[in-house]
Design a protein around this ligand. Structure first.
Ligand code: KIV
Ligand code: NA
Length: 265
C-alpha cells in the first residue's frame, strides 16, 4: 500500500475505487485508522461538537484546527490528511491563505472549505498558491445560523439545480475533492457523474466516489446530539475499534454502506 497523494484521488475515481474517509482529532485514533487502511483522514471542525462540546462548529478557531491537525499528522503514515478551514478563517482569500499555511505546516495535504459563492474566489486563490482544496456542499454546518438547523439540502428542483451548478463551479475553481453532506441520493449521483473529481458523501447515498463518517458516530459514542439517519455504529459489527474501522472500510468498498436505511430519497 502506497502513501496517498493528491493526484491519486482523481486516479481512484477513474479506476472506480471507492475512497474511505473518517474524521480523527488525535494521534492514537489516527494511527489505528491508518493501520486499518482508511484512505483519507479528515480533521473536521466537527471537533467543536465531539471534542469541545459546543453545539455547533462556529466556535472552532484556526489555532484549534492547527493543534489537532499536528496531533493527527503524527499518527499517520499512509492516509491523506485533510483539515477543515474553520468558520470565518476563509472569509477572505488572505485570511484563508494564512490559516491554510498553518494547517499545511501542521501536516495537512489539503484544506476543506464549505460553500461556493464568494468561496469560489478563495478556492482559486489557494489552488493558484499550491494549496490543494477539498470543497464541501449540501449541508454546510458553518451555515447553521442561516439554515436554522441541520437538514437535508437540495430537496426541490431549484435548490437541486443550484447545488449541481455549485458543484461544477467548485471543481472549475480547482477543488480536487468534494464532500456532499445531507443531499438526496439521486442528486448526489448526478453531481458525481457530472464531475471528474471524486465526491465523498455523508448522508448523500451510495453513488458517491467515497464516504466519510465522524469518528464518534462510527463508534456509537453519543455527543448529546440527535443521531442523523446516515449514521451507523460499526463498533457493534467490528467488535473492536480497529475492527470497526476495517468493517466500515469494507462496507464502503463493497458498496454495502450506505444502504437505503442510511440515505435520503
Ligand atoms: O467536520 C467534519 O467532520 C466534516 C465531515 C462531516 C465531512 O466536515
Ligand atoms: Na467540517
Amino acid at each position: 500500500r502506497k502513501a496517498w497523494t493528491v493526484p491519486m484521488l482523481a486516479d481512484a475515481k477513474r479506476d472506480g475505487r471507492k475512497l474511505v474517509m473518517l474524521t480523527a482529532y488525535d494521534a492514537s485514533f489516527a494511527r489505528t485508522m491508518d493501520a486499518a487502511g482508511t484512505d483519507l483522514v479528515l480533521v473536521g471542525d466537527s471537533l467543536g461538537m465531539v471534542v469541545q462540546g459546543h453545539n455547533s462548529t462556529l466556535p472552532v478557531s484556526a489555532a484549534d484546527m492547527a493543534y489537532h491537525t499536528a496531533c493527527v499528522a503524527r499518527g499517520l503514515s499512509k492516509a491523506l490528511l485533510i483539515a477543515d478551514l474553520p468558520f470565518a478563517s476563509d472569509a477572505t482569500p488572505e485570511r484563508a491563505l494564512d490559516a491554510s499555511i498553518a494547517l499545511l505546516r501542521a501536516g495537512a495535504a489539503m484544506v476543506k472549505i464549505e460553500g461556493a459563492g464568494h468561496k469560489l474566489e478563495v478556492i482559486r486563490f489557494l489552488v493558484e498558491r499550491e494549496i490543494p482544496v477539498c470543497a464541501h456542499l449540501g449541508l454546510t454546518p458553518q451555515s447553521v445560523l442561516r439554515l436554522g438547523g441541520y437538514k437535508l439540502q437540495g430537496r426541490d428542483d431549484a435548490t437541486a439545480a443550484k447545488l449541481r451548478s455549485d458543484a461544477r463551479a467548485v471543481a472549475e475553481a480547482g477543488a480536487a475533492l468534494l464532500v456532499l453532506e445531507c443531499v438526496p441520493t439521486g442528486l448526489a449521483q448526478a453531481i458525481t457523474a457530472d464531475l471528474a473529481i471524486p465526491t465523498i458523501g455523508i448522508g448523500a447515498g451510495p453513488h458517491c466516489d467515497g464516504q466519510v463518517l465522524v469518528l464518534h458516530d462510527l463508534l456509537g459514542v453519543n455527543s448529546g446530539h440527535r443521531r442523523p439517519k446516515f449514521v451507523k455504529d460499526f463498533l457493534a459489527e467490528g467488535g473492536s475499534v480497529a475492527g470497526a474501522f476495517a468493517a466500515y472500510g469494507e462496507a464502503v468498498r463493497d458498496g454495502r454502506f450506505p444502504d437505503a436505511a442510511h440515505s435520503y430519497d
